[in-house]
Design a protein around this ligand. Sequence first.
Ligand SMILES: NC(=O)c1ccc[n+]([C@@H]2O[C@H](COP(=O)([O-])OP(=O)(O)OC[C@H]3O[C@@H](n4cnc5c(N)ncnc54)[C@H](OP(=O)(O)O)[C@@H]3O)[C@@H](O)[C@H]2O)c1
Length: 258
Amino acid sequence: MYSGKRSESSATLSGLDSPVGAKVAIVTGASRGIGHGIAERLLEIGYCVVANSRHITAADTLEAGDRLKLIDGDIGSPYVAKLVVDSAIHNFGRLDLLVNNAGVFIPKPFAEYTVEDFRIATDTNLGGFLYVSQLAASQMRLQKSGHIISITSSIVAQPVAGLTASFINLTKGGLESVTRALAVEFARDGVRFNTVSPGVVNTPMHQVETHEFLKQLGPLNRLAEIAEVVDWVEFLETAPFLNGEVIHLDGGAHAGKR
Ligand SMILES: NC(=O)c1ccc[n+]([C@@H]2O[C@H](COP(=O)([O-])OP(=O)(O)OC[C@H]3O[C@@H](n4cnc5c(N)ncnc54)[C@H](OP(=O)(O)O)[C@@H]3O)[C@@H](O)[C@H]2O)c1
């Protein structure tokens, strides 16, 4: 577990605060759930991390330190996206990994979605990808290396009868498609784009009372655990020939009807 304290062996890089050779990552939506798990794992394996969410300081779930900076704010705002990327560069000198994890799930019958639902879903799921990815990809292009991972959802590939949430398809479907487009656009710049597309994950997003219903939506009759998503993010970092990939981590839900 990362303690937030400086390790005795840490040195500085170009006068910056990052241990020499440490990789640098940004994780959005890191105050709880999947993003929190990803940020903790990256710290454990030696990364310097900039963690963002709207209330990440108040959440008090990660302790800022020499290798962890916290940035409060809505990642759908271009201003916050710039603060986050600037924090990585100013504090740690580079950026190796961006995990676009912040997202909202608004389950409703299609005809009942409101203008406000549309604004929240597009601002967070699309705007929250767009601005920070543009800035991150530009920095990575300068470095000639980097990796951008987005977290989507298995219902993009296989909508489920009885689970009406088409705004996920509308927004996260775009992320899966743009992952492929950008993997091609940035390949010669050394920047990779991949996506992890989970089924239902055991996070604070779902109230415990809904778990039994949600479990029976998937072939394996269980929820994914946060660590299973985190394992894939870590693996993708170690697999340089994987690019433009969508990893379906859903117990087979994407393969067909249960
Ligand atoms: N849980 C699942 O079953 C499941 C399945 C498939 C895909 N996913 C995807 O996985 C990602 C994480 O899901 P989760 O279950 O871990 O969600 P969660 O428990 O609801 O946590 C969401 C995180 O995102 C942050 N966040 C929300 N809106 C934000 C914004 N506008 N700007 C910055 N941060 C924001 C929240 O913190 P603040 O409130 O402090 O902003 C929180 O840290 C989402 O993209 C979700 O769509 C989840």
